[in-house]
Design a protein. Structure first.
Length: 281
């Protein structure tokens, strides 16, 4: 049987979930005997689109399939059509597909599918965590992922479904990285309104941003303010063994949500589908 070659296009390498996506892809590829190349877009949607089109248009470097977690607000419809038209399988991770996937499948006989975690349920779990951690109610400083991320929007919607009515949410925007959360919290602290804000919990849509937010408060010059902010509960999401789970054990986080990587499943499904197609030819 032909040795398959897959391209895995991540959003960034600057958060632990994307690093786990890379590790899962490499381990699964090794186990199944396929070649995998992994790139990242440095959280730049234009860069990601250009990277993928280069692979699609390169006869020598063309993979059998592309697995991508889109950075921007779309699931890369132009790239999807170009890839499938070139005979390349197409898999989208953790993103709603905003085009007719059935029409894409009719272009060529290659695998085209989506794999995602249930991000609304992840948000619901976080809402329940806030309710458990703040039994008398209170206010959460909530660091979301980017506005163009369907995962971020779904997590927010789920959280609002289950949080107690007496818990208020103050929202900041991050980009899934430690550094982006630091910038968001630093900007918020510069606002005059932040000094009067009564915050009881720091809730973030991933563990990396929770650590970034905590780092800002750990570095406050005023000892009393620093002690207050660091004493609050911090929560995140992703829950990797050496990330969120470890940080909960170390009391850096009060809670996390375990979200398994899905690149490995994508590779398994591609190998199965491509092998079946090869057997029919």
């Amino acid at each position: 049987m032909k040795k398959f070659r897959f391209l895995v296009a991540l959003t960034t390498r600057d958060n632990d979930y994307q690093q786990e996506q890379e590790a899962a892809a490499r381990e699964t590829a090794r186990r199944l005997g396929v070649d995998v190349e992994i790139i990242d877009a440095n959280n730049d949607p234009i860069n990601q689109s250009q990277q993928l089109l280069q692979f699609v248009q390169s006869a020598a470097g063309r993979p059998d399939a592309i697995i991508t977690e889109p950075v921007g607000g779309t699931a890369l419809p132009t790239v999807a059509r170009a890839a499938v038209d070139a005979g390349i399988g197409w898999v989208v991770l953790n993103r709603e597909i905003d085009y007719d996937i059935a029409a894409i499948r009719r272009i060529r006989n290659v695998p085209v599918f989506r794999i995602t975690s249930n991000h609304e349920e992840i948000g619901r779990i976080q809402g329940r965590q806030y309710t458990a951690l703040l039994p008398k109610g209170g206010s959460v400083l909530y660091v979301e992922g980017p506005s163009n991320s369907s995962a971020a929007r779904q997590r927010t919607a789920g959280m609002y479904e289950t949080k107690a009515a007496n818990i208020q949410i103050r929202t900041l925007k991050g980009e899934w990285t430690t550094e982006s959360a630091q910038r968001a919290v630093q900007a918020w602290l510069r606002l005059s309104t932040s000094a009067k804000a009564q915050i009881d919990l720091i809730g973030c849509q991933n563990d990396a941003m929770a650590l970034g937010a905590r780092k800002v408060f750990q570095e406050l010059a005023n000892a009393a303010e620093r002690a207050h902010w660091v004493s609050l509960p911090y929560t995140g999401c992703d829950g990797l063994p050496q990330g969120g789970q470890k940080w909960v054990r170390e009391a850096l986080l009060a809670a996390t949500v375990v979200v398994p990587a899905n690149t490995g499943l994508a590779i398994e499904m591609l190998v199965k589908q491509l092998a079946a197609r090869s057997g029919k030819e």
